[in-house]
Design a protein around this ligand. Structure first.
Ligand code: NAP
Ligand code: ZN
Length: 357
């Protein structure tokens, strides 16, 4: 049953999971009227992130059904509120994972809204008016102006959509750990999926030596030729893993399934850093020996703030970086989710929202 909140009068059609079976069905609901700080966005494309799958299946035990997933949203503004100066009707924009935050804490003031204690996400969150948030598997979004980014005009709106989550999630830890200004340093990317393939593209754009560490030997040729990865290691091949010991300065771990960090940590040089962005449903194993023998650091990172998202988007515009996508119609969402679950996507599904329903 769709919720009823005063001022939520805008009828929207979307696609939702009603329970954890994983099935997505057409779903009608209401959004708030466009407020003075809001923009209304006609959604054109929405990426399918593995986090959508985690939410749909209630992997993390926090899903509120019905859930309308989707946080890699691109579209065109069709309405602006009276306080909106920086955006206008007709602008191409993007919305990622963030819908609201307290706007007042140290993190919000530094545009690190993603780490605000009161952060609310684009779906499965609670907006300031108490309503549940519904995401981008839908035709229209009402978003607060402070959580919207501008898209460079020349970037295609389908291939740019995954930058709003996959892109910013790998960009931030790369920036935070000095990788954007360390040409020649050696980066390992574990898991060549939605997040991983953008990390490879960013790594190459910033002059890093990039090694893909993958469980899928079938991805090697494409990783080297299409994504320009410098090296490719099959994570289940003990000899290849052994040969690459102590060779990397940084590793980004994007593996969506349960795994151990032990073999991966051994690939780091002494003092190297492994950043976890993946969020499997079960805790990741962290054996102490590869940590202490290499004085290595393991840390986490979650998406990015709005200012950083705009910075990343502008850089993607400058260097012409977009994602490798398979564009689908809304009627194909279930099939796409099944394929994503069995690791069969190159490298992101993106829904053409206006495509035949
Ligand atoms: P994805 O497209 O499905 O990619 C995940 C990759 O992990 C796969 O392509 C595969 O790469 C590897 N993998 C999957 N199952 C595996 C298994 N059983 N054993 C070994 N490797 C396996 O997912 P994604 O959208 O990139 O998201 C990745 C993870 O990041 C998810 O857990 C997601 O929830 C999380 N995430 C976190 C943030 C954040 O803010 N920190 C943001 C977005 C997403 P290979 O075939 O190369 O092995
Ligand atoms: Zn995501």
């Amino acid at each position: 049953m769709a919720q009823t909140t005063p001022n939520h009068t805008v009828e929207v059609s979307g696609w939702a999971a009603l329970e954890p079976s994983g099935d997505i069905v057409p779903y009608l609901f209401k959004r708030r009227e466009n407020g003075e700080n809001d923009v209304t966005i006609e959604i054109k494309y929405c990426g399918i992130c593995h986090s959508d799958l985690h939410y749909i299946k209630n992997d993390w035990g926090i899903t509120i059904y019905p859930v309308v997933p989707g946080h890699e949203i691109t579209g065109v503004i069709s309405k602006v509120g009276s306080n909106v100066r920086e955006l206008k009707v007709g602008d191409k924009v993007g919305v990622g994972c963030l819908a609201a935050s307290c706007l007042d804490c140290d993190f919000c003031r530094a545009s690190q809204e993603n780490y605000c204690d009161g952060v609310q996400f684009t779906y499965n969150g609670v907006f300031w008016d108490g309503s549940l948030t519904y995401g981008g598997y839908s035709t229209l979004l009402v978003a607060d102006r402070r959580f919207v980014v501008r898209l460079p005009d020349h970037l295609p709106m389908d291939a740019a959509a995954p930058l709003l989550c996959a892109g910013i999630t790998v960009f931030c830890p790369m920036k935070d750990n000095g990788m954007l200004a360390s040409p020649g340093k050696r980066l390992g990317v574990v898991g060549l999926g939605g997040l991983g393939h953008v990390a490879v593209k960013f790594g190459k754009a910033f002059g890093l030596h990039v090694t893909v560490i993958s469980s899928s030997p079938s991805k090697e040729e494409e990783a080297r030729q299409r994504l320009a990865a410098d090296d490719f290691i099959v994570s289940t091949d003990v000899e290849q893993m052994q040969a690459a010991k102590r060779s990397l300065d940084f590793i980004l771990d994007t593996v969506s399934a349960h795994h151990s960090l032990g073999p991966t940590l051994d690939l780091l040089k002494v003092n190297g850093t492994l950043i976890i962005v993946a969020a499997p449903d079960k805790p990741i194993d962290l054996p102490s020996f590869p940590l202490i023998f290499g004085k290595r650091t393991v840390k986490g990172s979650m998406i990015g703030g709005i200012k950083e998202t705009q910075e990343m988007m502008d850089l993607c515009g400058k260097y012409n970086i977009t994602c490798d996508v398979e564009v689908i119609k809304p009627a194909q969402i279930n099939q796409a989710l099944e394929r994503l679950a069995r690791n069969d996507v190159r490298y992101r599904f993106v829904i053409n929202i206006a495509g035949e329903h």
